[in-house]
Design a protein around this ligand. Structure first.
Ligand code: TMP
Length: 205
């Protein structure tokens, strides 16, 4: 049985996830929680190897279904090798991206049906779902200017990234109990404060 807490951070390119993840982990560690930080796709040897294929800018011809299955394959490995064992030990797992990215990028971005994604996902993660998710929202052009356009996904057209952004916001509306949207064009400290307030409600003062 899962005993820990599973928290995910989501958002479009350059939305400031890394900074906020570091701040949230430091905040929880100060409270005495044992925190594991992971990223997707990645976090295990196999998932990092799959990440290299996924983000390789030379592999332009990748079919959307191939792309979806590679993201899911990377996830199957990290769920079993890292996330579930850590949760069983009562740790707080903070993951930089998870299934909402698949829904936003491969669903809203590439046009694969959410029903198909959700069905395939059941095999990948069973009943595991994030307890809490933060969607960091930023204007697409600002975000891409921050993060650059280096890898295969970052190089996609602006219209693709706009669909992904709308996707995250739609997912957040549909699951507002789990997902909190934060505008990261606001000062970094304001965003961290909002995240800490939400964490405090769950972990206590
Ligand atoms: P990042 O970890 O540097 O944000 O890069 C991961 C890239 O992969 C990013 O462009 C979002 C994309 N992605 C998907 O398209 N689907 C997914 O399921 C995940 C986890 C990431």
């Amino acid at each position: 049985m899962k005993k820990g807490m599973f928290i995910t951070f989501e958002g479009t390119e350059g939305s400031g996830k890394s900074t906020q993840i570091r701040a949230a982990a430091a905040f929880l560690r100060k409270k005495g929680r044992s925190v594991v930080m992971l990223r997707e796709p990645g976090g295990t040897r196999i998932s990092e190897a799959i990440r290299e294929i996924l983000l390789n800018k030379k592999l332009k011809e990748m079919d959307p279904v191939t792309e979806l299955l590679l993201y899911l394959a990377a996830r199957a490995q990290i769920v079993r090798e890292k996330i579930l064992p850590a949760l069983r030990k009562g740790k707080v797992v903070i993951c930089d991206r998870f299934e909402d990215s698949t829904r936003a990028y491969q669903g809203f971005g590439r046009g694969i049906s959410l029903a198909a994604i959700d069905q395939a996902s059941l095999l990948v993660r069973g009943h595991l779902k994030p307890d809490m998710t933060f969607v960091l929202d930023i204007d697409i052009t600002k975000g891409l200017a921050r993060g650059g356009r280096h890898d295969r996904i970052e190089r996609e057209a602006l219209s693709f990234h706009q669909r992904v952004r709308r996707g995250f916001l739609t997912l957040a509306q549909k699951d507002s109990r789990r997902i909190t949207v934060l505008d990261t064009s606001k000062p970094v400290d304001w965003v961290s404060q909002k995240i800490q307030e939400r964490l405090e409600r769950v972990f206590g003062k």
